[in-house]
Design a protein around this ligand. Structure first.
Ligand code: SF4
Length: 213
């Protein structure tokens, strides 16, 4: 079926997702997605990154400012927190696939003008619109464990009622895959007690590492 290219029609990503489960094919197809309005103000689609053989899939919210400019997930400040935490628990690169619930950056201009772009969380509608890309990635990678990094990621898998606070620290399943829930690494950067928040984040990733074994 030809994609519905009535720009940002709200039809969702489904018409753009090819049947192939090659990550390269999926990533290339996602560059053309107009399944919701978010492509309009973003620089580019930021698809997932990592090996098809990865055993752990890290699921964030959406690309940030730097990711939007460079086209790769988790390369900004939050990504560096994530990398530091992964190193602490001994989760190594070939085992990791990084992606987001939403593949385009949602932002608004900073008040008073200027070039700064302020992150805006995606709506449930936008999360749902983008979900077919995540389902295709999960189908391609078939990880042993998904780490849900924050509320938007959880809503993509479990629906709008999902709350991190209620789910954190538990190991649940989604379609037969283990799921560990934690905060988004950007929350570590915003915390008053950054060191404490980081240690809690590391503890959750350690749970994921244990589930992987
Ligand atoms: S956010 Fe997702 S559904 Fe919306 S245009 Fe981008 S890739 Fe498509």
């Amino acid at each position: 079926m030809a994609p519905d290219r009535t720009a940002g029609s709200g039809a969702g990503a489904e018409p753009y997702v090819p049947s192939s489960r090659s990550l390269k094919t999926l990533s290339t197809a996602a560059e053309e997605c107009q399944g919701c309005e978010l492509y309009r103000n973003a620089t580019q689609t930021v698809f997932g990154s990592g090996s098809r053989q990865a055993r752990i899939l890290l699921l964030g919210e959406q690309p940030g400012d730097q990711e939007d400019r460079e086209g790769l997930p988790f390369i900004g400040p939050a990504g560096r927190v994530l990398d530091r935490a992964l190193a602490r628990v001994g989760i190594e690169e070939p085992d990791v696939y990084r992606t987001n619930a939403v593949k385009h950056f949602r932002w608004k201009p900073a008040p008073g003008g200027g070039k700064r772009r302020i992150h805006q969380p995606p709506t449930q509608e936008q999360i749902s619109a983008c979900r077919p890309w995540l389902l295709a990635e999960l189908d391609a990678v078939r990880p042993d464990v998904i780490v849900v990094l924050g509320g938007s990621a959880g809503k993509s898998l479990f629906g709008s009622a999902f709350r991190v606070g209620e789910a954190r620290g538990t190991v649940r399943t989604w379609s037969g895959i283990h799921v560990v829930v934690t905060i988004h690494p950007s929350a570590v950067l915003r915390a008053d007690d950054r060191e404490g928040a980081f240690e809690g984040f590391v503890a959750d990733l350690r749970t994921a590492a244990e589930v992987m074994k």
